[in-house]
Design a protein around this ligand. Structure first.
Ligand SMILES: O=c1[nH]cnc2c1ncn2[C@H]1C[C@H](O)[C@@H](CO)O1
Ligand SMILES: [Zn+2]
Length: 361
C-alpha cells in the first residue's frame, strides 16, 4: 500500500459510512428546484449561494444553530416524489464518492406535514435507495445502502418510530437512532423505545457526547444499551494524558474501549458545532492511537460541505494517515454495521480488502 496517499487514492478507496443524515445531504441544486416547486422561500437563489449559506450558517460553534438550517431541507422533503428523489441522489452521490456501504438516517416524523403516513414515507426512501443502488450498479460503482430511522429527542414519538423501524427491518431499515439538540434532552427520556428495541433484538445508535459530555454517553450506553455512539467525542473527558505521555482511562472510557463500542466520529461537523477546535485537535487522533473502535463519517454533507473523501483526506493531511490507517477505519466501520455478520464479512473480504490492496497497484 502506498505510504504517500493522494486525494484521488482516497476517492478511489472503498469507504464505509455509518453516520449520514438524509436531510443533511441534499444537493444544493435539488433544494433550489424542490423549493421552487412548492413556493418555499430560501435564503439564497443560486446553487453556489445556497451551498455557501448552508456551510456558513452551520459554522457557528453551536449545535442548536447548526440544526436550524435543517428547516429548509426538511421543508422541501414533504412529498413522496421529493423523498424518493433525495434518497436516490444521496445514493448516487455516495457511490460516486467511492462509498461501498452506507447507513443513512432521517426522521420520518419530520416528513408527514404534507399528508404522508410514516409508512409511506419510509417506502418512498426505500424506493429511492433502490433506484440509486441500481443506477450505481449500472455505473460500475456498486453500493449497499440501508436506512436508520431517527426519532427526535425533543419530541415524544420515539416508541412509535422504534416500532416503525422494527416493522421495516426486512425491507431496508437496519436500525434506529435519536438525534436533535442534546443538552436538556437526555436519552433516558426514550427508555421505553430502547427497551422495546432490545426485546426485539433490534440495533440502535444514539447521538451522544457531541454537545453534551460524559453523562450523555454514560446514559446512552449503560441505561439505554446503545450498540454504537453517534459522535461520542466527549469520551476524551474520561481520558487523562500525563506529561510523561502515559495515558489513564476512566471507567466509562475503559468500558467503551474494552467492549469495542463503535464511535461514529464526524470531524468536519464537530468543528462546526464546536465539539472540536479543529481537525488537527480533533480527539479522533488520540482515540485512534488508543485503538478505540473509531469510524469516520460525514454527518451532514450539505451543511459541512463535505464527503467521505473530504473527511478522510482531511485526516490524512492533519495526522499523516496512510492507506493502512484508512483501511483500519473502514474495516472498523464495516464490522460495526447493522447488517448480519455474514453480510458484513462479505463486504470486508470481497470489497474492502481487495479495494485497498488494489490502491497501490
Ligand atoms: O450532528 C447532529 N446532532 C444532532 N442532531 C442532528 C445532527 N445532525 C442532524 N441532526 C438532526 C437534524 C435532522 O433533521 C435530524 C434527522 O436527520 O437529525
Ligand atoms: Zn448526526
Amino acid at each position: 500500500m502506498p505510504d504517500q496517499l493522494s486525494r484521488d487514492d482516497v476517492r478511489r478507496a472503498p469507504k464505509v459510512l455509518l453516520h449520514d443524515h438524509l436531510d443533511g445531504g441534499l444537493r444544493p441544486a435539488t433544494v433550489l428546484e424542490l423549493a421552487a416547486e412548492i413556493g418555499h422561500e430560501l435564503p439564497a437563489d443560486t446553487v453556489e449561494g445556497l451551498a455557501t449559506w448552508f456551510a456558513e450558517s452551520s459554522d457557528s460553534g453551536s449545535l442548536e444553530r447548526y440544526l436550524e438550517t435543517f428547516d429548509h431541507t426538511v421543508a422541501v422533503m414533504q412529498t413522496a416524489a421529493s423523498l424518493t428523489r433525495v434518497a436516490r441522489e444521496c445514493v448516487e452521490d455516495l457511490a460516486a464518492d467511492g462509498v461501498v456501504y452506507a447507513e443513512v438516517r432521517w426522521a420520518p416524523e419530520q416528513h408527514v406535514e404534507g399528508g404522508l403516513s410514516l409508512d409511506h414515507a419510509v417506502a418512498c426512501v426505500r424506493d429511492g435507495f433502490a433506484e440509486g443502488m441500481a443506477a450505481a450498479e449500472a455505473a460500475g460503482t456498486p453500493i449497499v445502502v440501508r436506512q436508520l430511522l431517527t426519532a427526535m429527542r425533543h419530541q415524544a414519538r420515539s416508541k412509535e418510530i422504534a416500532e416503525l423501524a422494527v416493522s421495516w427491518r426486512d425491507d431496508g431499515v437496519a436500525g434506529f437512532d435519536i438525534a436533535g439538540a442534546e443538552a436538556g434532552h437526555p436519552p433516558t427520556r426514550h427508555l421505553d423505545a430502547f427497551e422495546y428495541l432490545a426485546r426485539e433484538n433490534a440495533h440502535f445508535t444514539i447521538h451522544a457526547g457531541e454537545a453534551f459530555g460524559l453523562p450523555s454517553i454514560w446514559q446512552a450506553i449503560q441505561w439505554c444499551g446503545a450498540d454504537r455512539l453517534g459522535h461520542g467525542v466527549r469520551i476524551v473527558d474520561d481520558i487523562t494524558v500525563h506529561e510523561d505521555g502515559s495515558v489513564e482511562l476512566g471507567g466509562l472510557a475503559s468500558y467503551v474501549r474494552d467492549n469495542r463500542i463503535p464511535l461514529e466520529m464526524c470531524p468536519a461537523s464537530n468543528v462546526q458545532t464546536g465539539a472540536a477546535a479543529s481537525i488537527a485537535e480533533h480527539p479522533i487522533g488520540l482515540l485512534r492511537d488508543l485503538r478505540f473502535r473509531v469510524t469516520v463519517n460525514t454527518d451532514n454533507r450539505l451543511m459541512s460541505r463535505t464527503s467521505m473523501t473530504d473527511e478522510m483526506w482531511s485526516l490524512v493531511e492533519a495526522f499523516g494517515y496512510s492507506a493502512a490507517d484508512l483501511r483500519w477505519f473502514t474495516i472498523n466501520a464495516m464490522k460495526s454495521a447493522f447488517l448480519p455478520f455474514d453480510a458484513r464479512l462479505a463486504i470486508i473480504d470481497g470489497v474492502v480488502k481487495p479495494g485497498y490492496a488494489a490502491l497501490g497497484a
